[in-house]
Design a protein around this ligand. Structure first.
Ligand SMILES: NC(=O)c1ccc[n+]([C@@H]2O[C@H](COP(=O)([O-])OP(=O)(O)OC[C@H]3O[C@@H](n4cnc5c(N)ncnc54)[C@H](O)[C@@H]3O)[C@@H](O)[C@H]2O)c1
Ligand SMILES: [Fe+2]
Length: 394
């Protein structure tokens, strides 16, 4: 049956390069409650008291561990405050050790994506028999018996709204992805005031991560109208406000807009997810410890332009939403996306970020093997095309 509904906007018009099908099935799951806005941090303590929580465990990076009192949690509070950026398996094991000793009835992820992802894994692995190796992949987690609250303090990953957690395996240097509805928060508290202290460089990189989630989901083979509107609005918010927040971290309106963009990016991840941009970015983090957002920013123009011939109208819509001139020319799209990132002060050269030239081939092999993302890319991306992107970005 042909689609009965007219397209909502030009960007979503069916036609060349548009994967969206109005009749494709999709399952959307979100945290049971999402609190958004200035001052909503108070909802964390309210939730804990309402549940009669006695032994909360906070999973945080060092910055947020130092201000854990802001959560005002009741009971005997344990803090694991050693979450590392881009956490690895030993970091998770350490957190699990603390959790097994504390026997929490509530786990609170308090920080950026690194803390929230570890909190998800701690919440499902701190009781029961399952180990990390048992749950890697989709739908392997058996269940969860402790409550889970997520409190983002960066604006980028949208992990608070999603069902995935990523942790690096130091042996293989791969990101292990665990996906489960049991890792969905009972409560996500998105209080933009918590992001005011994020330094400009982290603000820029995490903001482009949110942008990449939206842009990649919007142009994915799995793109869907129920998600497209969040993707486009997330891109608009980043386009309008990221420069402001980088320039002036005290700009509360910009901070709130980016918190929303990040949440919308999270809505894109669950049912649709990212594509080549993230696959090509991952080896930068796992092999060379480049922060996730920064890695995504360096790669963003390359995959956007490469994909353009397969998703022309949608790529043009991404650029328009970002506030860049509309174009159907991949080279012009590359320049516009590159300029957007570079104008934020982001270092866009792999060589300047410490990536050695002789590792580009191994990075391309590794990125090409991330089939869970590349198989949904709108245009087939071979290993040599990935290598060419790294060489151009070098
Ligand atoms: N689960 C998902 O769906 C998902 C999506 C995207 C990324 N990720 C993962 O998230 C991780 C990256 O998360 P991130 O980009 O938020 O970075 P992060 O959590 O590693 O934090 C970056 C740095 O900012 C600091 N920081 C955090 N909040 C701050 C604040 N308010 N003020 C000052 N400093 C603050 C942290 O201490 C850290 O040093 C990666 O491991 C990535 O793979 C997960
Ligand atoms: Fe990301």
């Amino acid at each position: 049956m042909p689609n009965a509904l007219p397209p909502a906007r030009r960007a979503g018009e069916p036609g060349k390069g548009t994967m969206t099908s109005l009749s494709a099935p999709i399952e959307i799951i979100r945290p049971e409650v999402i609190e958004f806005g200035s001052g909503t941090i108070a909802a964390v303590a309210r939730f804990a008291r309402g549940k009669g929580v006695r032994r909360p465990l906070v999973v945080a990076d060092a910055f947020n561990a130092a201000r854990v009192d802001l959560l005002a949690l009741p009971g005997e509070v344990t803090v694991f405050g050693e979450v590392k950026p881009e956490p690895d398996v030993p970091n998770l094991e350490k957190a699990l050790g603390v959790a097994r000793a504390a026997r929490p009835d509530l786990v609170v992820g308090f920080g950026g994506g690194s803390a929230m992802d570890l909190a998800k894994l701690v919440a499902v692995l701190c009781t029961g028999e399952q180990k990390l190796a048992d749950v890697v992949g989709p739908d392997k987690v058996a269940g969860r018996s402790v409550a889970l609250v997520q409190v983002p303090t960066t604006s980028g990953t949208g992990s608070e709204g999603g069902i995935r957690a990523l942790v690096t395996d130091p042996a293989t240097r791969n990101k292990l992805a665990v996906q489960s509805r049991f890792m969905l928060a009972d409560l996500a508290v998105v209080d933009p005031d918590l992001t005011m202290s994020v330094p400009p460089q982290v603000t820029a990189a995490t903001g482009v991560d949110a942008l990449a989630h939206c842009a990649e989901a919007f142009t994915s083979r799995k793109a869907h109208p129920t998600i497209d509107l969040y993707a486009l609005e997330g891109i608009r918010l980043v386009g309008r406000y990221l420069g402001r927040a980088v320039k002036d971290g005290a700009d509360r309106e910009a901070r709130a807009a980016l918190s929303l963009a990040s949440l919308y990016g999270g809505f894109c991840l669950g049912p649709v997810n990212t594509t080549a941009g993230h696959a090509v970015a991952y080896p930068l983090g796992t092999r060379h410890h480049i922060a996730h957002g920064l890695a995504c920013a360096v790669i963003f123009p390359h995959t956007l332009a490469f994909n353009m011939p397969a998703v022309e109208a949608k790529t043009e819509a991404v650029l328009e939403a970002l506030g860049a001139p509309a174009t159907r020319n991949p080279a012009a799209a590359f320049d516009a996306a590159y300029k957007f990132c570079a104008d934020l002060g982001i270092e866009m050269k792999l060589s300047a970020l410490g990536v050695p030239a002789d590792d580009l081939g191994a990075m391309a092999d590794e990125a090409h093997a991330i089939r869970r993302l590349l198989d949904n890319n709108p245009r087939d991306l071979g290993r040599d095309a990935i290598l060419k992107m790294y060489q151009t970005a070098f």
